[in-house]
Design a protein around this ligand. Structure first.
Ligand code: TYD
Length: 145
């Protein structure tokens, strides 16, 4: 994955909150995203996490070659990420703000509010071999890169 080419181009290599368009309307608001325009990859899969019991966590792994964009369709949650040696937390609770997470980022989703829906858009099909579930293995792979 290439690094940011200039200040205007979308960063492909770091976790970034991205604001999506919001078409305000008295009948209700509308937001959308288009591949390569609002998110820096081609969409191959969309999945969503919902009915999460209070106190539960999701994730706790990294993906070898999968880039993701996470949107809080309703409710809210916290995304904890580790990029190499840098830890960051992002609170997602605004429907038109999503989080871009590049491949090889360790990520965990916690603090789900009730009735939250977490939409994940990715550029790969589901494959078990994409997952790095062991944190020590993740660190080893990072050092190899
Ligand atoms: P997993 O990605 O481990 O969930 P999370 O990271 O949110 O804790 O997925 C849970 C199960 O669902 C696992 O058995 C794989 C399956 N799954 C699919 O079949 N397709 C998919 O697109 C995803 C994301 C998961």
């Amino acid at each position: 994955m290439s690094v940011c080419k200039d200040k205007k181009s979308m960063c492909y290599n770091e976790v970034s909150k991205i604001e999506l368009p919001k078409i305000k309307d008295l009948r209700g608001n509308l937001s959308f995203l288009e591949e390569h325009k609002h998110i820096p990859f081609k969409i191959n899969r969309v999945y969503w996490i919902y009915d999460v019991p209070g106190g539960e966590e999701r994730g706790g792994h990294a993906f070898v070659n999968t880039n993701e964009f996470i949107i809080p369709l309703s409710g809210g949650f916290k995304v904890e990420v580790i990029e190499g040696e840098k830890n960051s937390n992002f609170q997602l609770d605004t429907t038109n703000h999503g989080l871009f997470i590049p491949k090889m980022t360790w990520r965990k989703i916690t603090g789900f509010l009730s009735n939250s829906v977490c939409l994940v858009v990715t550029d790969t099909k589901h494959k078990d071999s994409e997952y790095v579930r062991d944190y020590m293995e993740y660190i080893k792979l990072l050092k190899k890169e």
